[in-house]
Ligand binder design. Structure first.
Ligand SMILES: [Zn+2]
Length: 124
């Protein structure tokens, strides 16, 4: 049985989506994805690089600076993931858009929470 590309509901073999709403949401998602994927990828790399730099700082200077710095970077990365969730194509074909976006957003929130914990550990 084929499934709706957006919500994952079962549909007939002749359709792509279960309803007009899903089709519109999916099209909107693909449009945004095309528009933001590069910006987001760039942003991702910057955050990950800065986390690495802060980890390196930990070895040279103090663990506190590293914790605070990586905390902030993680929060920024988490915000980017939560606001512009870009699941991989693999995730989308497995879970369909709705669920993949939700899971990615959840990961963003977890990153934010983790970042806050690191930040607090760094300043106390
Ligand atoms: Zn649907």
């Amino acid at each position: 049985m084929k499934k709706c590309d957006y919500c994952g509901k079962e549909i007939s073999n002749f359709e792509m989506y279960c309803c007009d709403m899903c089709e519109q949401k999916a099209l909107k998602y693909y449009k945004n994805e095309k528009k933001y994927r590069n910006v987001f990828g760039f942003f991702d790399v910057i955050c990950i690089v800065s986390i690495l730099i802060f980890c390196f700082t930990a070895l040279l200077f103090s663990a506190k600076v590293a914790l605070t710095g990586s905390g902030v970077s993680l929060v920024v990365l988490g915000l980017a993931v939560a606001v512009f969730p870009m699941p991989t194509l693999n995730q989308i074909s497995r879970f369909k858009i709705k669920k993949a976006v939700f899971t990615t957003r959840l990961c963003g929130l977890i990153l934010i929470a983790l970042g806050c914990v690191l930040f607090v550990l760094g300043i106390i």
